[in-house]
Design a binder for this molecule. Structure first.
Ligand SMILES: Cc1ncc(COP(=O)(O)O)c(C=O)c1O
Length: 462
């Protein structure tokens, strides 16, 4: 949709020239990108993004899975402006700032039992790296343990992760990720890991789902028996592997993983970067199976989708292993310049308050029903292999007669371009179209989003 009274065509042309000349976009094949004239966003209103040509787009993927309340939300804008009038940034290295303390109190109260300490960083991958380093160091420093390299019990230097996992794009997080096209090239740089598969949810076939659950829990148990003495942690995306293409796990798998972690004395590291803040129906996904992980990582929706911030929460037991005289060398030597940035923490506090005040979780459960109903007709489309959904997270997998489309067709991407022509921004993961409306989005906009997706799939996937 184009707004009438804006004549910004020249500006937009110049922006496009400079974009093509100067900016290298992440996870983006640049040759194709430069041909596509992607929207250059200059403005936003509510749940819409507006580009330099004045075209308005419904933000159907929460600006890469982070937006919670829409854009230009008065309460969050005011919180950031209020903080700007005090101080924009000051370090957390040996100092503190008020918003990071207040936010820590809120997070400790709202997250599962036992997570009482908050370590800040500034993106999801960094938050996961923090968790990996803490887990590794913890096992060396907890009472009765041996330092790496000294004799005694084996060093805990391995992590277990799951097939399909995505935890970020840094060297450490690629090591525990398993999406081949993101990591294979870098294999020589990555550390060795132990991995297995997750049992998938099989809607309407509880027997098949529980068979899968038993099978993969058994496999996991076998790996624990083999490796538990050298495992520093099991890293999981609770309930849904998002970047795998919205792969929903079998009910109770997370709880089984937690049970095995406790039995074998291995830390459970829950990456709720994508699933946190209401996307699966509860504030945190772990709540649904009554699981209290040893480490929990939050980012993306933490600030309502406004500013970069991540938090790695840990138990007292883990934190205590890092205490002692400075000369004892137990300090966690990690932290980035903008760790615990006051503006980002102020935005996060405002967002958390809005989630309650606006009953966002209640809205999100209504949206989950709307998404399922509105997308139901697509299940009959011959080129739709599967629709996977948990809460407001949806993946629509496209294939032709059960076979993947040739990769050069970029069929998933073509569907998102068709959506864009209809005024909706979405992003695909290979041949999976991911819908992730903001949990606070009004129902009518979700209906519109689904209609556009249905029409775009029908146009492209023939
Ligand atoms: C589950 C999960 N973990 C980690 C990350 C990495 O977060 P970031 O892109 O902020 O580094 C992502 C990003 O999509 C994610 O989905």
């Amino acid at each position: 949709m184009r707004s009438k009274d804006k004549d910004v065509t020249l500006d937009s042309q110049r922006l496009r020239e400079l974009d093509n000349q100067l900016v290298w976009h992440p996870f983006t094949p640049m040759s194709a990108y430069r041909e596509e004239a992607a929207p250059i966003i200059v403005d936003a209103q509510g749940f819409h993004l507006i580009d330099a040509e004045g075209c308005q787009y419904l933000d159907g993927h929460s600006s890469l899975w982070c937006n919670i309340h829409g854009h230009r939300v008065p309460a969050i804008d005011a919180a950031i402006r209020g903080q700007l009038d005090r101080v924009a940034h000051s370090t957390l290295l040996g100092l503190s700032n008020a918003p990071s303390i207040e936010l820590a109190a809120e997070l400790v109260e709202k997250t599962p039992e036992g997570l009482n300490k908050v370590f800040y960083s500034d993106c999801g991958a960094a938050g996961v790296e923090v968790a990996l380093k803490i887990a590794y160091q913890y096992y060396q420093q907890r009472s009765g343990s041996q330092r790496a390299g000294s004799s005694g019990s084996p060093v805990r230097d391995k992590f277990l992760h799951f097939d399909g996992a995505y935890h970020g794009d840094t060297i450490g997080t690629m090591s525990i990720g398993s999406i081949g096209r993101f990591k294979n090239l870098y294999s020589p740089l990555l550390f060795p890991v132990v991995w297995t598969s997750v049992p998938c949810a099989v809607p309407d076939q509880p027997e098949r789902e529980s068979e899968q659950l038993e099978h993969w829990t058994g496999e996991l148990e076998r790996l624990f028996e083999l490796h538990h003495e050298t495992l520093a942690g099991v890293v999981i995306e609770p309930l849904v592997q998002a970047a795998a293409g919205i792969k929903v796990q079998a009910d109770q798998f997370l709880r089984r993983v937690w049970g095995l972690c406790r039995r074998f004395d291995v830390l459970l590291i829950a990456d709720e970067i994508a699933v946190g803040f209401g996307r699966t129906g509860t504030l945190f996904a772990c709540e649904q199976e009554g699981v209290a992980p040893d480490l929990l990582i939050l980012s993306k929706g933490l600030t309502g989708g406004y500013l970069p911030l991540a938090a790695t929460l840990v138990t007292d037991e883990i934190y205590d292993a890092f205490l002692g005289a400075p000369a004892a060398g137990r300090t966690f030597f990690h932290g980035h310049t903008y760790t615990g940035n006051p503006l980002a923490c102020a935005a996060a506090l405002a967002s958390l308050r809005l989630i309650e005040a606006d009953h966002v979780l209640r809205n999100a459960s209504r949206l989950a029903v709307t998404l399922a109903e509105e997308l139901a007709p697509l299940k009959r489309h011959p080129q739709v292999r599967e629709i996977r959904q948990k809460g407001t997270m949806v993946g629509i997998e496209i294939s032709r007669a059960g076979e993947a489309y040739p990769p050069e067709m970029r069929i998933g991407h073509q569907v998102t371009l068709a959506c864009r022509r209809r005024g909706v921004i979405l992003r695909n993961i290979a041949d999976v179209i991911v819908l992730m409306p903001a949990p606070a989005m009004p129902e009518s906009l979700v209906t519109e989003l689904c209609q556009v997706v249905c029409e775009s799939v029908a146009e492209v996937a023939v």
